[in-house]
Design a binder for this molecule. Structure first.
Ligand code: ZN
Ligand code: ZN
Length: 97
C-alpha cells in the first residue's frame, strides 16, 4: 500500500478526515487519511472491537472481500459525491464541497 500524503489510503481519492486505525476509544492513536465515504463504510461494517482486534491495519481492510466490492463500486461513482453507508445499502448524501 502506497501512502500518498493527503489522499484516502483506501480509495486514493481526496481525504477530508483521519481514520483511527485502532479506535480512539480503544486507546489507538495512529491515524490514516481517509475520505468520508470509506470511513463511513468501515464504521458501518465493523464494530470498534472488531476494528481493534482484526481490522487494525490498512492491508487487512483492503484485502477484505466486502471492502473490495465496496471499492469497485466506489471507483464507478463520481468524485464530487459522498456516500453515507447504512447497513446493506448506499445512500446519496449530497454534494461534497
Ligand atoms: Zn476513500
Ligand atoms: Zn474511523
Amino acid at each position: 500500500v502506497k501512502l500518498i500524503s493527503n489522499n484516502c489510503v483506501f480509495c486514493e481519492r481526496e481525504s477530508d478526515r483521519m481514520h483511527h486505525i485502532i479506535p480512539r476509544c480503544k486507546g489507538g492513536d495512529k491515524t490514516v487519511p481517509s475520505c468520508f465515504t470509506c470511513e463511513s463504510y468501515i464504521h458501518s461494517q465493523w464494530s470498534h472491537n472488531e476494528l481493534r482486534d482484526t481490522y487494525n491495519n490498512v492491508e487487512v481492510i483492503l484485502k477484505n472481500e466486502s471492502f473490495q466490492k465496496f471499492l469497485k463500486w466506489r471507483c464507478k461513482q463520481r468524485t464530487d459525491v459522498v456516500f453515507h453507508s447504512q447497513p446493506g445499502k448506499y445512500r446519496k448524501r449530497g454534494k461534497y464541497q
